[in-house]
Write a protein that binds this ligand. Sequence first.
Ligand SMILES: [Zn+2]
Length: 107
Amino acid sequence: MSARLEVADIFRRHGEVYRRVHDGHLGRVERRTMSAIGLCRTAELGGHVEGCSSCGAIRVAYNSCRNRHCPKCQGQACRDWLAARQDELLPVPYQQAASINWLKRKK
Ligand SMILES: [Zn+2]
């Protein structure tokens, strides 16, 4: 397990209990997505061996789930999209404004 906690770690650790508790609210797509993310880049999806012909170094790489919701598989696409949005920003300081309508509705 890597030092950084990932969504896949949470699904592997707590996914079964979550599925059981929320059984009536989870559809086939949600279950399939949770399963794909939990299995992404593990031995269960298979893998391949990459080797360097010069130095002979070998690396085992596990296959990706390729699910469109998977943060591992879509991580680079997300970073590319974010960089493209940042390129669109004007060279001026920005300030975030938030509405308090949500707080009023809770009362
Ligand atoms: Zn994946």
